[in-house]
Design a protein around this ligand. Structure first.
Ligand code: C5P
Length: 236
């Protein structure tokens, strides 16, 4: 079965408070976040195909940012899960149902090539798919549901045992993921914040593959500064 990357890149990234979507902010000299992410994906699995999901009114994208000769473009939707489903439907026109799809946030440029390859190896051994993840290391507090958003009180401490941060890529068979995501979006869309949650909702149990903790998602301005430092340190 073939391997495909599906990269949702149709978000506006409002939490970055920047003048453009975060995937087009500069990460290294002459290299924006989207270019850095796609270059790493390509180096990790040069034989994999690409489906890139872009906003229909994206004014910043340039085809020269994509290191693939042939690739597929799909239109984004209103939420991340809608964008991923749009990409899966586009892929379904050319790929087999049992091809492996690696969904990876464009906003995670620090993913390591060896983690991607380890994920593929793990996903090939299970029917329920696999995701990169990192064990929680902070003490986790549940806040009292309150109207004070800035500094609410603590309700209790959640056990950290067996608690993991979900990262991307997340890898599933094309047919399994498309069916699960379609079902989940038609029943409880607010619950679907990653691909694995759609699989869980239909009773499957994807594998957790421990990945590097520095596979951060650029969400807030300080995340961009950290990603720049991490990648500069790896170059050195
Ligand atoms: O905003 P957030 O960081 O959660 O977005 C995660 C990923 O999903 C990003 O790669 C973003 O571009 C993508 N996304 C999308 N379509 C949306 C919302 C987010 O492709 N409607």
């Amino acid at each position: 079965a073939r391997v495909w990357y599906l990269v949702p890149a149709a978000g506006v990234g409002s939490r970055m408070q920047a003048d453009r979507p975060k995937q087009y902010l500069e990460l290294a000299p002459d290299c924006c976040v989207l270019e850095a992410t796609l270059a790493t994906l390509q180096r990790a699995l040069p034989e994999a195909g690409l489906c890139l999901v872009l906003g229909a009114d994206d004014d910043y994208f340039l085809p020269s940012m994509v290191p693939w000769q042939d690739w597929l473009r799909a239109d984004g939707g209103s939420e991340r899960a809608d964008s991923v489903l749009s990409g899966l439907e586009c892929l379904s026109e050319v790929a087999s149902e049992d091809d492996l799809v690696l969904v990876h946030d464009v906003a995670r440029p620090c993913v390591r090539e060896e983690d991607i390859r380890a994920l593929v190896a793990a996903a090939r051994e299970t029917r329920d798919g696999a995701i990169l993840a990192a064990p929680a290391s902070d003490t986790m507090k549940r806040a009292v549901a309150s109207t004070v958003v800035e500094s609410p009180h603590i309700s209790h401490t959640e056990s950290r045992e067996n608690l993991w941060h979900a990262l991307t890529p997340q890898a599933f068979s094309l047919g399994v993921l498309r069916t699960a995501l379609r079902d989940a979006l038609s029943t409880n869309p607010s619950f679907i914040t990653d691909e694995a949650s759609a699989l869980e909702a239909c009773g499957r149990s994807p594998l957790l593959v421990a990945g590097a903790r520095d596979n951060l998602k650029i969400t807030h301005p300080e995340d961009l500064a950290m990603a720049r430092l991490l990648l500069a340190a790896r170059e050195a």
